[in-house]
Design a protein around this ligand. Structure first.
Ligand code: ZN
Length: 149
């Protein structure tokens, strides 16, 4: 029988080969570019928000299997959630990657499979790239909204 590590490995490969939410949204609420020079990962994320809820997200760019799979898993996990919920999810994933908490599948969905990456500090930045890009975009939006009031 396949162990959990094997199942997780398969899940990561599956998201890498058949990325979910790949592409670019037209007329997004915001877009973010972020790269990880250590590995050469480049990511472009477009996000659509309605009534403070993420209704759609798309990611494009090039990178290693971890960064690509992570963007796909994150996109799957966050769509339909409010921006506040998504910020909590991002923080949970960040803590998992820094080995501060154990991964909660209910929060992360398929991204729970990335937990093992936290044993490889060099790859943690690859896994975090899309999550930190989204966080940047969300936080920037919150700041702009506050300034606009
Ligand atoms: Zn990478």
């Amino acid at each position: 029988m396949a162990g959990l590590e094997d199942l997780y490995q398969e899940l990561i490969l599956d998201h890498y080969r058949r990325p979910r939410h790949r592409g670019e949204l037209e007329a997004p609420t915001f877009s973010v570019d972020q790269d990880n020079p250590l590995c050469g990962d480049q990511l472009h994320v477009t996000v659509r928000i309605a009534d403070d809820r993420i209704t759609d997200i798309a990611h494009s760019g090039d990178g290693c299997s971890i960064s690509q799979a992570s963007a796909s898993m994150m996109s799957d996990a966050i769509v339909g959630h409010t921006t506040d919920e998504v910020l909590v999810m991002i923080e949970h994933f960040r803590k998992v990657m820094h080995r501060e908490v154990a991964a909660d599948e209910d929060v992360l969905g398929d991204a729970v499979a990335l937990e093992g990456v936290n044993k490889y500090p060099v790859r943690v930045k690859c896994a975090l790239l899309s999550w930190m890009a989204l966080k940047d975009g969300l936080v920037t939006r919150i700041v702009e909204q506050k300034e606009g009031q």
